[in-house]
Ligand binder design. Structure first.
Ligand SMILES: [Fe+2]
Length: 467
């Protein structure tokens, strides 16, 4: 305690402002060494009341920083109509930014362009984007790798155990290997594949007063299967301001906040609220009950009333007007900076594609698919597939900055993990099993709120499903 280092000084400070300090409050301040926080105890409320109690002090200990903040959000700059040139620019941007990350890794020091590599001998290193993959009749894998001005066929030989490597079309990777000019074409034989990947972060836990960011996804308000009782219980838990809930400073809703309309044929039969704007109004009824000093972020998903193709823009002004001023709209995907930590939020449509491509991944166990995204530093590495993407001169799906926390949803199961120090989750849902999920034999894992402590990055699961 440097600012106020003894009893008399503390009492004199408050007395000058006309505030009486109770004995218990004073003891609390001294015991917990709250010197730096004393100026923040002089709120308008305390000034009006004229005294400071132990409860007022404890409230500040529990909740040292919670306050409504203003966030500046960068909206993706996308033209209404895209051209062939936009596709080219998007892939060039993806290549350029990911190539830099790959080439900077220690293993890839001394990287050559494909054009130069073709004239070299011995061990060479190149970086490129995969444009074609096939399996030879002898069971080797072949990929065509392109950089900005040339391409080369790269073979991943069975004898080197590389034929089972998961290679995705359009991913950017590095190859260490050797050139062969023996046939009519110049080709390369790979010894090693180097991905942009997440560098290991060994020490990242900070000991500090916890500040929680909570993640909710796929609420699907408006659907007959929306779990109203669980959601209401969760809102009440936030409002009740327990010691744990008081540490909640940020709340992220990562898409499919309502069920929408026209998302699949016959959806109107599954809806309790047909008008999508009324669905958002209903959501606002719940969200506006949350204390205004909690900062809330709303992101769209594939069920929401915005353009389906990613990057998805923020909700309209009309939808915005339903919510209190502590709600900030986010595009999908988005990199949020909270307390100096990088929180990457993505609804998760590309996980449909990844589950099909990644061996071992499934709707019930999506963690390995999420890790493959991080490894490739891209949120939707395969162009086409089930993830509509609108091209522009920037690829908004490149994971340029290493996230501290990576939040996705969309799948309606729940998984959490730690990949090289990045804490990730596939958030739960607030919707019971739908007929479609029943047909697909998939059981969702609903009504879980995940709390991340932004300092220690530990995760706490709050389960609101009625037993
Ligand atoms: Fe979704």
């Amino acid at each position: 305690m440097d600012l106020f280092d003894d009893r008399t000084k503390i009492l004199a400070y408050f007395q000058n402002k006309g505030i009486m300090v109770t004995r218990d409050a004073l003891n609390e301040i001294l015991n917990k060494s709250m010197g730096e926080l004393i100026p923040r105890m002089v709120t308008d409320e305390i000034l009006d009341a004229g005294y400071l109690t132990e409860d007022d002090v404890l409230k500040l200990i529990r909740n040292p920083k919670r306050q409504k903040m203003d966030f500046e959000v960068n909206i993706p700059d996308i033209k209404a109509h895209s051209s062939v040139e936009d596709f080219r620019e998007m892939f060039v941007d993806r290549y350029t930014r990911l190539e830099k990350i790959v080439a900077q890794s220690a293993e890839m020091r001394g990287t050559s362009s494909i054009k130069n590599a073709k004239k070299m001998q011995g061990k060479i290193k190149i970086v490129g984007m995969v444009s074609d993959i096939s399996t030879t009749k002898n069971g080797h894998k072949r990929m065509l790798l392109e950089d900005l001005d040339d391409n080369i066929n790269v073979f991943l030989l069975k004898s080197k155990g590389l034929n089972n490597e998961l290679i995705l079309e359009d991913e950017v990777l590095g190859v260490i290997g050797s050139i062969s000019n023996s046939g009519k074409d110049t080709v390369m034989f790979a010894d090693e594949i180097i991905r942009p990947d997440i560098p290991y972060k060994m020490i990242d836990e900070e000991i500090s007063e916890p500040v929680y960011v909570a993640s909710l996804s796929d609420i699907h308000i408006g659907s007959k299967t929306f779990r109203n009782d669980d959601f209401t219980r969760m809102i009440s838990w936030i409002k009740a301001s327990s010691e744990e809930a008081e540490k909640l400073k940020y709340l992220i809703l990562s898409g499919d906040v309502v069920d929408g309309i026209g998302v699949y044929p016959g959806q109107e039969n599954d809806l309790e609220i047909i008008n999508p704007f009324e669905q958002y109004e209903k959501l606002a009824e719940y969200i506006n009950e949350i204390p205004e000093d909690i900062n809330i972020f709303l992101m769209p998903g594939n069920h929401d009333i915005v353009r389906l193709a990613e990057p998805q823009p923020v909700f309209s002004d009309k939808i915005r007007s339903f919510f209190n001023s502590n709600v900030t709209l986010l595009p999908n995907p988005y990199n949020l900076e909270l307390e100096g930590k990088n929180v990457l939020v993505y609804h998760g449509m590309s996980l449909n594609d990844m589950i099909e491509l990644v061996p071992g991944a499934s709707y019930a166990s999506v963690g390995s698919a999420i890790e493959e995204l991080l490894k490739r530093r891209h949120l939707a590495p395969v162009y086409g597939g089930k993830t509509p993407i609108i091209p522009s001169n920037k690829d908004y799906h490149v994971i340029e900055k290493v996230p501290d926390i990576f939040i996705t949803g969309h799948i309606h199961s729940f998984s959490q993990g730690n990949y090289h120090g990045v804490r990730y989750i596939n958030a739960s849902t607030w919707q019971s099993q739908t007929d479609y999920q029943k047909m697909m034999n998939f059981s969702p894992n609903p009504s879980i709120m995940t709390l991340f402590d932004l300092h220690s990055k530990t995760q706490i699961l709050k389960k609101f499903k009625e037993s």
